[in-house]
Design a protein around this ligand. Structure first.
Ligand code: PEP
Ligand code: MG
Length: 753
């Protein structure tokens, strides 16, 4: 052949396709004509279309295989080469099909003599509708141009299925066209709350009906305009106001700009348009290639580049849709953002006030997008398999951040039920608001201090809203993660001062930079590590590169002039690391003194208990650390040897289980014996049942996301702490697991959970 080896041939192919699409006749007739046309244009002995209905791939049309196999040959999901193509959603191009391990022989098709096989998925909007196959007797591998041509045809075919063009085909009702049925998808709750709204896709798709260009010249102009727009947007972001807090980092932008100027990328896009695709479809096809390569590439550098390219493809698609090349899309009032995954900077780019909910196909509960969503009070559900393939822009969506569920196109009764729940939530929130100024004292008189976890300047405003008594954990790395470049001394100082101002007399505990692990700064390329969570992170970086840490301490000391300063260090593992970090504080205090600066009125230096080794070193911290704070997110990840960001394992182990509870008990006892005040600041502290257990273990200072304060306070007001200690003892011995037993006992005991 080849059909698309030159642009003229591609255009002819697309024109023929369009003719078939637009001429009359039944759907079956059109499919039959299509396979004949493809076989002849591609000089193939066989061309077949398999469409997926339910769990089978059914032969719907063929040229070259036996005609009576049509609608008779059905391959189970995953069966045969066709199953393999559908499963991987990637082309399969092999010279010797009969000897492939996945080859499934079907005598009724008469396919014995065919050696070469090229199958491409019929996909649209992440949904696989079937597989398009060509086969030849001679044994050969098909050329790139042939693969591309077949993919283009598959794209048009997918479009036809999705637009319902084959509606009259018998049995095609089961071939899921545009999803229209209500669906409930289970995921995991990342950020509490309920949202009812409409889907906005972070990774948009070419609009239906726009695969083949009406006017290729106009399409090329559209593409040019979109490319120019994203280049302008990137330039503006790069050279615009450097103090802007939100936005991607400079390095990322520079990489983007470089890629945007990459001629081979542009050439590919132009090639698609000149071949007769619409600009949107050309971008989508290139994006499909990037994603497929991403899925099969292991090399981390290449993966990063492919990821950037895909991001760039998305920007062009958004620009084509007329919604701005940068991430800032004009959103509907009740926008629910749908994405595969989301970085914290991307989330902030959309802006809190413009999103009412977020649903992710992937993501991690303790990842920073989730933490930002919680800080902003946006309900979020993550790890929803199949989400992207089932939702379309504009679909009605409910994000249930209480149960970790996403409802697509809900029936009116379901929406009404959610509206009711939303009203109940509002009433509950009103109750929490009334409790705002009530001190958290248990029924038997135990005073518990409830503090806020924060990381953004806007979090500090929540202190008053929820009635927290201070900030127990201020994650200083957030500023670094959402900035375009390394924040300067002045902007660090300004942020810390703002936070202290907002807190007034209430204490604020600043945690020094906690980078590495799952927190990466794009502008500070760290060395790649096999095992980043166990690698060079947090205080380990701080001590090896003390410049950054000293700068931060200088900013903190300056911001706290004349006021109380509380600083703590993350992931200290052995006591000498704490001593070394504390020595840096002393050095910076000496520097400030020497330079005539006003010093903080009090300086307290503490440490996070996140590494099991430190949990067993508490007696040695006596006289050294002024306070301790348990970071349960990390402590549990290391204790259970289970990556906190990996949903496969992070939910496997429970903090409300005997081993974890014994550890937490031991830490509290050791801290008391050493006379060091201790608090808990992981996400655990913000859940009522977990907070009950912590209270039962003797913890009296809990720091949590804003959304946890009301529920935990309500629980505490109804709790008898001594009785809770008895319950916990019993629960730890229960066979069915401590969580369940504790919940039963607490419910029977009338605790408001
Ligand atoms: C923790 O590890 O529990 C913690 C509070 O710190 P971060 O979640 O920021 O790692
Ligand atoms: Mg931590």
């Amino acid at each position: 052949m080849s059909a698309s080896g030159n642009i003229g041939a591609s255009r002819i192919l697309l024109r023929k396709l369009r003719e078939i699409m637009e001429t009359g006749g039944s759907a079956q007739e059109r499919l039959d004509r299509l396979v004949v046309m493809v076989a002849s244009t591609m000089v193939a002995d066989v061309c077949s279309i398999y469409l997926t209905r339910g769990a089978v791939h059914e032969l719907f049309a063929t040229q070259g295989l036996r005609a009576d196999a049509v609608h008779r040959t059905r391959l189970k999901s995953g069966e045969g080469l066709v199953g393999l193509v559908a499963e991987t959603a990637q082309p399969l191009n092999i010279a010797d099909a009969p000897h492939h391990e996945r080859f499934a022989y079907r005598p009724e098709t008469g396919e014995d003599p065919y050696n070469s096989f090229l199958g491409v998925p019929i996909v649209r909007s992440e949904r696989t509708f079937g597989v398009l196959v060509v086969q030849n007797r001679v044994s050969r591998v098909y050329g790139d141009d042939e693969v591309e041509a077949l993919q283009t045809i598959a794209m048009v075919l997918a479009e036809m299925v999705a637009s319902g063009a084959f509606g009259d085909l018998s049995g095609l009702a089961e071939v899921e066209a545009r999803a229209s049925r209500p669906e409930a998808l289970l995921g995991r709750a990342f950020s509490d709350g309920l949202a009812i709204g409409v889907a906005v896709l972070h990774e948009p798709h070419a609009p239906l009906g726009r695969v083949i260009a009406d006017d290729p010249v106009k399409e090329e102009q559209r593409l040019e305009a979109a490319l120019a727009q994203i280049r302008d947007d990137l330039a503006e972001l790069l050279h615009g106001d450097p103090g802007r807090i939100s936005g991607v980092s400079r390095d990322v932008l520079e990489t983007f700009s470089m890629l945007a100027a990459d001629l081979s990328w542009e050439t590919k896009l132009r090639h698609g348009v000149r071949a007769g695709l619409s600009a949107d479809a050309a971008v989508e096809r290139v994006r499909g290639e990037h994603r497929a390569k991403f899925n099969t590439t292991r090399d981390p550098y290449l993966r990063e580049r492919l990821h950037d390219l895909e991001d760039l493809d998305n920007r062009v698609l958004r620009a084509l849709a007329g919604v701005g090349g940068a991430n800032a899309q004009p959103l509907p009032d009740n926008a629910i953002l749908i994405a595969r995954d989301l970085g914290p900077a991307e989330l902030l780019d959309y802006g809190a006030e413009r999103l009412c909910g977020i649903a992710l196909e992937e993501g991690g509960a303790t990842g920073h997008a989730a933490i930002v969503a919680r800080a902003l009070g946006i309900p979020m559900v993550g790890v929803v398999p199949g989400l992207l393939s089932r939702v379309e822009a504009g679909d009605a969506v409910v994000v249930d951040g209480e149960r970790g569920e996403v409802r697509l196109r809900p029936a009116p009764e379901v929406t009404a039920a959610y509206q009711q729940r939303l009203a109940l939530r509002d009433a509950r929130n009103a109750e929490f608001a009334r409790l705002k100024d009530v001190p958290p004292v248990t029924a038997d008189g135990e005073r518990v201090t409830l503090l806020l976890n924060a990381g953004l300047a806007l979090d500090a405003q929540q202190l008053d809203e929820v009635g927290a008594e201070g900030i127990g954990l201020f994650r200083t790395e957030f500023q670094f993660m959402v900035s375009e470049q390394l924040p300067r001394l002045e902007s660090q100082t300004m942020l810390y001062r703002d936070v202290l101002d907002a807190a007034g007399n209430r204490p604020v505990t600043f945690r020094t930079l906690d980078l590495g692990g799952d927190k990466v700064l794009p502008y500070m390329r760290a060395e790649r590590e096999e095992n980043p969570a166990l690698g060079w992170r947090a205080i380990r970086i701080g001590l090896d590169r003390p410049g950054l840490l000293r700068y931060q301490l200088r900013a903190l000391i300056h911001a706290a002039a004349g006021r109380r300063l509380r600083v703590m260090f993350p992931l200290v593992t052995i006591v000498s690391e704490f001593d070394a970090a504390r020595a840096l504080v002393d050095q910076e205090l000496a520097w400030a003194r020497k330079n005539g600066r006003t010093l903080p009125s009090v300086v307290e230096v503490g440490v996070m208990v996140e590494a099991p080794a430190l949990a067993w070193s508490i007696p040695d911290l006596k006289g050294r650390a002024d306070f301790l704070s348990i970071g349960t997110n990390d402590l549990m990840q290391y204790f259970f040897a289970a990556d906190r960001g990996n949903p496969r394992v992070s939910e496997r182990y429970d903090v409300l289980s005997a081993p974890a509870l014994r550890l937490l008990k031991r830490i509290r006892e050791d801290a008391d014996a050493a006379g060091i005040p201790i608090s808990v600041c992981g996400e655990t502290a913000g859940r009522p049942l977990e907070a009950l257990a912590l209270t039962a273990l003797g913890y009296r200072r809990l720091s949590m996301p804003a959304s946890g304060i009301g529920p935990v306070k309500r629980m505490l007001l109804s709790l008898d702490a001594r009785q809770a200690a008895d319950w916990l003892e019993k629960a730890m011995r229960a066979r069915g697991g401590a969580r369940q037993r504790l919940a039963e006992l607490a419910t029977e005991g009338g605790v408001a959970l």
